[in-house]
Write a protein that binds this ligand. Structure first.
Ligand code: NAP
Length: 245
């Protein structure tokens, strides 16, 4: 009788995680489960099996890995999803299940970029030029860090319309996922008279806003990444797939 197929759990929430699931699903000897936190109203699911919602900390994740017979854990979360990555490392160490991390390279400053590099959200709020019209390309849970900048106006892009208005004295919302073209980002920045962009150094896609800022000569307050999680990391899907036998 054939045994259970090898089970791989992908911690997702990024385009790369979806692409990785799609490519792993081509293998017939593997069961692919992808996990999303469930932050958006219409999560973008794809190939293989999906589960949505937190695991309940390291304990919950360890139990899930055991119950589902997971043999390989892949952390393909966003580079700023620090808690999930730490939980993954801890659960992998507790259960002895190998952990591979997909970590896309950070963006590098290029000629024409005007970046103000800061270490954390609160520093970004502090670094905003006085009276700025700032485009915030951040998750909704990070907006409150700018509440004290009552001199600034904010243009906030969110995937879903929030139930409550953001805690900012002057702001307007742009509802939609990132990922347009550089030209559409330029148009957006022009139409809202944006004078400054605040971004995390996510790397990978969503780079159009950075290119748009460069084209328009607008400064970008670039928030540096947290330290990478422990264990082997792979910069590309190909490199990670090559490490899975
Ligand atoms: P986080 O702070 O690292 O995680 C907070 C908690 O959310 C985790 O402890 C876990 O809850 C749950 N969680 C996070 N990712 C999960 C996943 N893939 N599957 C199941 N539960 C998950 O994460 P975050 O920064 O809020 O990001 C949440 C998700 O959005 C991540 O999956 C990430 O890939 C995606 N995302 C984040 C950003 C960003 O800027 N941070 C941008 C784009 C996409 P439990 O402790 O209950 O398990």
């Amino acid at each position: 009788m054939p045994g259970r197929p090898r089970a791989i759990l992908i911690l997702g929430g990024t385009r790369e995680a979806s692409e990785l699931a799609r490519r792993l699903c081509r293998r017939e000897d593997v069961r692919v489960i992808s996990s999303l936190a469930g932050r958006t109203m219409k999560p973008l699911t794809g190939a293989g099996e999906w589960r949505i919602g937190g695991f309940g900390g390291v304990e919950g994740l360890s139990t899930y890995l055991h119950d589902e017979g997971v043999n390989t854990l892949i952390d393909a979360t966003h580079p700023f999803a620090e808690t999930m990555s730490l939980h993954a490392a801890e659960a992998a160490s507790r259960t002895g299940i190998p952990l591979l991390t997909l970590l896309r390279p950070a963006w590098e400053r290029r000629t024409g970029d005007s970046w103000i590099e800061v270490g954390a959200l609160k520093d970004a709020a502090f670094a905003l030029p006085e009276g700025a019209r700032a485009f915030l390309a951040l998750g909704s849970q990070h907006i409150a860090a700018f509440a004290e900048r009552t001199d600034a106006h904010f243009i906030v892009r969110m995937v879903d319309r929030p139930a409550k208005a953001p805690p900012l004295s002057s702001c307007e919302l742009v509802i939609g996922r990132p990922g347009g073209t550089t030209a559409s980002e330029i148009e957006l920045f022009r139409s809202h008279s944006v004078t400054c962009v605040v971004s995390r150094n996510s790397g990978g896609g969503s780079y159009e806003k950075i290119e748009a800022a460069r084209e328009l000569g607008i400064p970008v307050i670039m928030i540096a990444r947290p330290a990478p999680p422990p264990g082997p990391t792979y910069a590309t899907i190909d490199a990670l797939l090559a490490a899975i036998d």
